[in-house]
Design a protein. Structure first.
Length: 337
């Protein structure tokens, strides 16, 4: 039988020569790939022997690249809003008590009904609609409905509209909703009342998402983990990531408008700074939220939201210590043996 490798035959020599050539080719490709990676400054995979904060920061960048672009976008847009001299809408009261903030992108089918319900939450409510990247006439509809419209031709990025709207808000209570789901004024009022008269700084939707499944959605898990790290397990999976939620003017001053573009970060700041954060009323937004099949295929929000939670965890570690404020005695080392 003729050997494939080794031996003194011609076939053996050719095989060995071919093997060496393949090895060189693979090695060259690996070297080229490594050089290309360094040129593009892509982060390496997180190593277990790196410091905790370094691993979190690196994982966050890998999981949600657009997240770090948010900071620049938010800063630029807040400056634009601050320098804008566009007047408020005619129907906006001079001294609003409640500001309802609605980010919108191509929501002409629902925006009129959303604004109608939002304007009914309080007798002195202003409705701020942040229209970005829309081409379907959503801005014109919002103006006809009497809303204060802040419009940007290009898409701002997920949740950036919250920061922009908050920076323009004048009310003592800021209520955040979405432009793609109609929630009645009666269902929205408990969030406003909790802040106005209930002593709450951050009034959350008491909706934790489905957990009675064999495989629980990663975003639901991330919310539970963040609350556990904040030592607020009583909040379960409730979060400023979900709408509706309302915050006080005091909360806005503490966490700052820019943080609202990364809802888990705003949530972590609110709890860490000792603000009163409670889940006040349940609305199953999972049933109201329309499926976005095309968007999820091209740019899934799941990855972005997980990255937002990682940024919140990184921030918490920076404010406390590498254990996030937990003492080592809580670890049950005997279970790891």
């Amino acid at each position: 039988m003729k050997r494939t490798f080794g031996g003194n035959g011609v076939a053996g020599k050719r095989s060995m020569s071919n093997l060496r050539l393949r090895k060189k080719t693979v090695a060259g490709s690996a070297k080229l790939s490594s050089t290309s990676s360094q040129r593009n400054r892509r982060p390496r995979a997180a190593s277990s022997n790196k410091p905790f904060k370094s691993r979190i920061r690196q994982t966050s960048r890998q999981t949600s690249r657009p997240l770090y672009r948010k900071k620049t976008v938010v800063s630029e847009r807040l400056e634009e809003v601050a320098s804008s001299s566009s007047p408020a809408a005619i129907l906006t009261p001079s001294e609003p008590i409640v500001s309802v903030i609605i980010p919108v992108m191509n929501e002409r089918r629902m925006i009129e009904r959303v604004i109608r319900e939002a304007s009914r939450v309080h007798s002195r409510a202003e409705v701020i609609v942040v229209v970005n990247g829309s081409s379907d006439g959503s801005a014109a509809i919002a103006r006809r409905c009497g809303a204060h419209v802040i419009e940007f031709p290009a898409a701002l990025g997920h949740d950036v509209g919250r920061s922009v709207g908050a920076s323009a808000a004048r009310g003592q209570v800021l209520l955040f909703i979405d432009g793609d789901m109609v929630i009645s004024a009666e269902a929205l009022r408990p969030f406003v009342h909790a802040v106005l008269s209930g002593g709450v700084d951050v009034a959350l939707n008491d909706y934790s998402g489905p957990t009675n499944k064999k495989i629980v959605h990663s975003v639901v898990l991330a919310k539970h983990v963040l609350n556990a790290l904040l030592q607020r397990s009583d909040l379960k999976g409730t979060s400023m990531t979900a709408v509706p939620h309302a915050i006080s003017r005091r909360a806005l001053e503490k966490i700052e408008a820019a943080s609202l573009s990364v809802p888990p970060l705003a949530h972590a700041k609110a709890v860490h700074y000792g603000l009163v954060v409670n889940a006040v009323h349940a609305i199953n937004v999972g049933m109201l939220n329309l499926p976005r099949v095309v968007r999820e295929r091209v740019n899934p929000l799941e990855t972005l939201i997980i990255g937002d939670h990682l940024e919140a965890i990184e921030w918490l570690a920076e404010q406390t210590d590498r254990r996030g404020g937990f003492i080592d005695k809580l670890r049950k080392r005997e279970l790891a043996r």
